[in-house]
Write a protein that binds this ligand. Structure first.
Ligand code: KIV
Ligand code: NA
Length: 269
């Protein structure tokens, strides 16, 4: 594929082969993800994973634009989505449009993602009718961590109806897909059955129309948090720390650099 998958193509995957999604924040990681996945998300998780913030609340438009541009340079066939950061869209549909349009114009992403259910439906429809494809995000919405009282499973028991209504409101407002974060598996299945657009799960069970993870989490590169829904497909953090310790030891013992890493005064240009 030479051209990127479109948001409409992702939408058309409803009920079909699951949509494989990962985050990316840099050009080299975007190239790796682009080779195998269908959708790449420049998540505001970048603030925690790469910038050491304690939550996603301090992430700015400038950070999303910088990382969005870097990722765009590495994406040729996946659908590229960039997160609207906290404070950039909640005030009004107009504010959301202004910032979403800026993200699209500056990063060349194909869609934006925002957090929130029924109360964001009007904004989603405002953006979609003006040419900005939107991905929704309900259940555990990390930008609301202070209001939710932590990173807890959402939608257990009676609360399931609220989360289901949130997802349905976004689908009805024109979102092309909805992320379901940290829900009971049965609720993930129920929402997937009930809404017309793909559900992309992260800790929402195996029956969603697709899955997403933070790439640094699944590679074992980011260990500040270890949510139960993260499967470690690699242990890159462990490998990197062993390699760095080995390097430091070789420098101190003068085993590195060896002759093959050194230059003679002549020849061997
Ligand atoms: O910011 C992020 O990485 C996300 C996904 C994990 C859904 O929003
Ligand atoms: Na996010």
């Amino acid at each position: 594929r030479q051209i990127r998958l479109t948001p409409s193509a992702i939408r058309a995957r409803k009920g079909g082969t699951p949509v494989a999604c990962l985050t990316a924040y840099t050009t080299p990681m975007a190239k790796l993800v682009d080779a195998s996945c269908d959708l790449i998300l420049v998540g505001d998780s970048v603030g925690m994973v790469l910038h050491g913030l304690a939550s996603t609340i301090g992430v700015t438009m400038e950070m999303m634009i910088l990382h969005g541009k870097a990722v765009a340079r590495g994406v040729s066939h996946s659908c590229l989505v960039v997160d609207l950061p906290f404070g950039s869209y909640e005030e009004s549909p107009e504010q959301a449009f202004r910032n979403a349009a800026r993200l699209m114009a500056e990063t060349e992403c194909q869609a934006v993602k925002l957090e929130g259910g029924q109360h964001m439906a009007e904004t989603v429809s405002y953006l979609v009718r003006r040419g900005i494809p939107v991905m929704g995000h309900v259940g555990l919405t990390p930008q609301s961590v202070n209001a939710l009282g932590g990173y807890k499973v959402q939608g257990r028991g009676e609360d399931g109806d609220r989360v289901a209504a949130d997802a349905a409101a976004l689908a009805d407002a024109g979102a092309f897909a909805v992320v379901l974060e940290k829900l009971p598996e049965s609720l993930g299945a129920r929402i997937t059955r009930d809404i017309a657009v793909p559900t992309i799960g992260i800790g929402a069970g195996v029956l969603c129309d697709g899955q997403v993870l933070v790439v640094d989490d699944m590679l074992g590169m980011f260990s500040d948090f270890r949510p139960k829904f993260v499967k470690r497909f690699a242990e890159q953090g462990r490998e990197a720390s062993a390699a760095i310790a080995f390097y430091a030891e070789e420098v101190r013992s003068r085993r590195f650099p060896a002759p093959e890493h050194s230059f003679a005064d002549e020849g061997n240009l």
